[in-house]
Design a protein around this ligand. Structure first.
Ligand SMILES: Nc1ncnc2c1ncn2[C@@H]1O[C@H](COP(=O)(O)OP(=O)(O)OP(=O)(O)O)[C@@H](O)[C@H]1O
Length: 682
């Protein structure tokens, strides 16, 4: 629940709207409760066939009679006491008993006087009502009924007006809260480490962004809407019912603690069940993402039925888990309803006993409890019953509210669990700014592993002078990409350090470091935007001419011009409308536009044809001047442009040197060259 409360902080900004919505809810609740009071006059008119003028008159007369009877009684008691004193003889010989009787009679007088006070205030109220009734209500019975019902309709319409604004305001607060939450969530996610994001997986993250935030939205709406409006509606009924008979109302409320315990129990079950459902939803997203992204592979390997089964299993699992949520949700309503109706029945039974026996006291376990000043009328009891039922309705609605808030609470846990992760790679916003790299890059005894106990890089020490071109070669999985991923600090070494121009990367300002680096990877990522904007991603401040210049250098300009929209052609989702080689050349243009001092090329021509590859290498020969370049390649002829070659084997540096030196000294290098020669010959 703590995390759900944290989401509410996002709505604090919109408190003015919330305050107005609460005022609307109060107005609607007051009208909801008072509408039930219309039952009393309607029943009275239908039952006694009196119009309200006659009824008020009769009521006044009864009360005035009661008041004069009480006043007479007081007078009689006083006379009795004075008579005794005057005559100088006491009824009781014992002065102690006399004192006792005096006390008893004084108490009786006080009791009657307090009743008279209450009768006087009731007389006053009925007199006020009489003025109102004479002024506004007709004498005719049917017209009176019509007027009362007309008032009820008007009150319902006004209630509807307030309810509309309450819902509207709460809905707008929910929307704005979700807007802020999603943006904050995105901001924090984009700052997370690659490692943390990869651990969760993009499908899981997407579920958190869409499904989970949606659930939070439902919770926020319910909290500000129903959780405020429904108790207010119940409260207005309680207040009016208590004004009629607070004793019977208390009898009704006795069941409330039982309901609360039940609600707390179901809510705990609900939260657990919802968490499982949300996790299953992540699995469905994962399968969908994998299947649609790898559709070509799925179809080529005729794995449709396998994927169908996988999806069907995941959705069945989801459906099974959802059924638990549905069951708890469905159970909560009837359970609360049973408790509610039991409470109403208790109160009604007690009231019915008083009405049928014309009594004012209930005797429970030998103890007598006063339930009303005077015997309760049947109309009053029915009115009370209507109010208690009117109170049960909002309480029943609150039962489902609670479960929905638990859903939102589970979803908030998932969202904040991710948001709260502090990036391991600290951005060092106040750290020293790296000037354009001009001296050296040094790997000092670097060790790294993705998972504890599985080293990927071991004791890597390498010094690269500024302007040098280094080729990294080695068999698959030997750690080439990992080593270069440490340069832009996608990960930090577990041991050792990396220094650029003698500044430790862990201390340097991260932005200033990444600004110097251009990367072209094997898996080219293009955004669903124009080709122009995709290249511009390398440097948002670049001019159109600079973009074209970079494209020319990457041998992309010509094929871009041949596309239907030229530079304005949409690259399509993940660049699906372009060939692999074309995408790589666009990525190279993007890196060139960045004008990096350090260029990382990770199998940058793996999908280019030999002609394009040779052209790109010619360009690189020129472009690499004044930059430090790292090339990862399996194409051994590509190492020609390197000043030195680093041979990696099982995460260790096996040898460093020129082609000529390594062909003599490194067995691994010889094997790689031989294998490449065989492949080319074939
Ligand atoms: N994100 C990751 N999480 C866990 N392990 C990883 C991750 N990326 C790579 N690895 C593992 O680290 C090892 C080195 O991988 P790396 O990609 O650096 O090798 P490589 O030499 O570049 O391989 P290739 O030539 O095939 O591209 C491999 O065993 C790989 O399975």
């Amino acid at each position: 629940m703590r995390n759900f409360l944290r989401t509410l902080k996002y709505s604090w900004k919109y408190r003015a709207r919330l305050i107005i919505s609460v005022l609307c809810a109060i107005a609607a609740a007051a009208l909801w409760g008072s509408n039930f009071t219309a039952i009393y006059p309607v029943l009275k008119i239908l039952g006694s066939r009196q119009n309200l003028h006659q009824w008020v008159d009769q009521k006044l007369k009864t009360l005035q009679d009661e008041a004069s009877r009480d006043s007479e009684n007081i007078q009689k008691i006083r006379d009795y006491l004075e008579e005794d004193v005057k005559k100088g003889k006491y009824q009781w010989a014992d002065p102690g008993l006399r004192k006792h009787e005096e006390l008893y009679l004084s108490g009786k007088i006080a009791q009657i006087e307090s009743r008279m006070d209450s009768t006087a205030s009731r007389i006053y109220r009925y007199q006020q009502l009489k003025v109102y009734v004479i002024k506004h209500l007709p004498q005719d019975l049917f017209l009176t009924l019509a007027a009362i019902l007309g008032l009820v309709v008007l009150a319902v319409a006004i209630k509807g007006f307030f309810e509309f604004w309450q819902e509207w305001l709460v809905g707008s607060v929910m929307n704005k809260t979700l807007y802020d939450l999603r943006n904050d969530f995105f901001r924090k996610t984009i700052q997370q480490d690659l490692r943390q994001i990869q651990e969760s997986g993009s499908a899981d993250l997407m579920t958190r962004f869409t499904n989970d935030t949606e659930q939070i939205g439902v919770g926020v709406k319910i909290l500000y809407g129903k959780v405020i409006a429904e108790p207010l509606r119940a409260l207005s009924c309680v207040v009016i019912a208590a004004m009629i008979s607070w004793q019977l109302t208390v009898l009704f409320l006795i069941m409330t603690p039982v309901s609360l315990v039940l609600m707390a129990k179901t809510s705990r079950m609900m939260k657990k069940a919802t968490r499982r459902v949300l996790d299953r939803m992540s699995s469905i997203y994962k399968i969908l993402q994998e299947t649609f992204q790898g559709l070509r592979v799925v179809k080529a390997f005729t794995m449709e039925s396998y994927e169908r089964r996988r999806f069907s299993e995941a959705t069945r699992d989801y459906a099974d888990r959802s059924m638990r949520v549905i069951t708890i949700d469905a159970l909560a309503g009837p359970l609360i309803e049973i408790l509610g109706i039991t409470a109403v029945s208790c109160a009604l039974l007690a009231g019915a006993y008083l009405v049928l026996n014309e009594k004012t006291h209930l005797v429970i376990a030998g103890m007598s409890f006063r339930m009303s000043q005077s015997p309760i009328e049947i109309e009053t009891l029915l009115n009370l019953f209507a109010l208690l039922v009117g109170m049960a309705d909002p309480i029943r609605k609150l039962s489902s509210v609670y479960t929905k808030i638990q859903n939102a609470s589970a979803a908030s846990d998932r969202v904040f669990q991710f948001m709260d992760k502090a990036p391991e790679v600290k951005p060092n916003a106040s750290g020293p700014q790296l000037e354009r790299h001009s001296k050296s890059i040094v790997f000092k005894d670097v060790c790294f592993s993705y998972h504890d106990g599985y080293p990927v890089l071991t004791n890597i020490s390498l010094k690269v002078a500024a302007g040098e071109t280094i080729a990294l070669v080695g068999s698959n999985g030997c750690g080439k990409s990992t080593l270069l991923n440490l340069l832009p600090r996608f990960y930090d070494p577990n041991h050792g350090s990396i220094l650029i121009d003698e500044i430790d990367l862990r201390e340097a300002n991260l932005r200033s470091l990444r600004k110097q680096i251009g990367i072209v990877t094997q898996d080219t990522i293009l955004f669903d935007d124009t080709i122009f904007n995709n290249i511009l991603y390398g440097n948002r401040q670049a001019t159109k001419e600079e973009v074209i210049e970079a494209s020319k250098k990457a041998f992309a300009h010509e094929f871009i011009l041949k596309l239907s929209g030229g530079y304005e052609t949409l690259a399509g989702e993940a660049g699906k409308s372009l060939s692999g080689g074309q995408k790589q050349r666009i990525a190279l243009a993007r890196a060139i536009l960045r004008n990096p001092s350090i260029l990382i090329l990770d199998e940058h021509t793996s999908q280019c044809d030999p002609v394009s590859e040779n052209l790109i290498h010619d360009v690189l020969k020129d472009f690499k001047k004044g930059r430090t370049v790292f090339i990862i390649t399996h194409k051994m002829h590509a190492v020609e442009i390197a000043d030195r070659i680093v041979v990696l084997d099982k995460g260790r540096i096996e040898a460093i040197g020129t082609h000529e030196q390594l062909i003599e000294s490194s067995y691994t290098y010889q094997r790689l060259v031989d294998a490449h020669a065989v492949r080319r010959a074939a």
